[in-house]
Design a protein around this ligand. Structure first.
Ligand code: INI
Length: 154
């Protein structure tokens, strides 16, 4: 039989940082509520959680990198919402946030979780921030917990 490694959702060791964009705060604050709820429900105490606010999703990667470099965190959860507008600004912000967050994860070797919504409409974003399609902030936080526990066992 092969040995299978898989993270679980038992209370994890270590501190969690959330990097939260203020842009589209109507949506992102709901993602943050979902993420904090998931952390609390899985045994992470408030004293192990730091929330860092940034202006927009474009600013998330550089701050996530700084937090990763600090050595204080077991995982970093990135939350934002990029919603299509009349111009192609969306593509640039969404692309930079996506590839930047992935680069921080690979460079640091930490779970750096992508909780940035990329949506065509505000309605789609609302659906993913606690309405019809669940709360992606909650999912991002449970992904972080699973990854912390997986990494601890590898
Ligand atoms: N930032 C977002 O987080 N979401 C968006 O939808 C968005 N749009 O569409 O412009 C956005 N722009 C701001 C950007 O993240 C930076 O804060 C800004 O460009 C300054 O660097």
């Amino acid at each position: 039989m092969p040995k299978i490694y898989e993270g679980n959702l038992t209370p994890p060791q270590g501190n969690f940082a959330l990097v939260v964009a203020r842009f589209n705060s109507l949506i992102v604050e709901r993602l943050l509520e979902g993420a904090l709820d998931a952390l609390a429900r899985h045994g992470v105490s408030d004293t192990s959680i730091d929330v860092v606010r940034v202006p927009g999703s474009f600013e998330i990667p550089v701050v996530a990198q700084r937090l990763a470099d600090s050595g204080k965190y077991a995982a970093i959860i990135c939350l934002g919402a990029v919603i299509k507008g009349a111009t192609d600004h969306y593509d640039h912000v969404a692309g930079a946030a996506t590839s930047g967050i992935a680069q921080v994860a690979l460079k640091s070797g930490l779970p750096v979780i992508f909780g940035v919504l990329t949506c065509d409409t505000l309605e789609q974003a609302l659906d993913r921030a606690g309405a019809k399609a669940g709360n992606k902030g909650y999912e991002a936080a449970t992904t972080a917990i699973e990854m912390v526990n997986l990494m601890a066992g590898l």
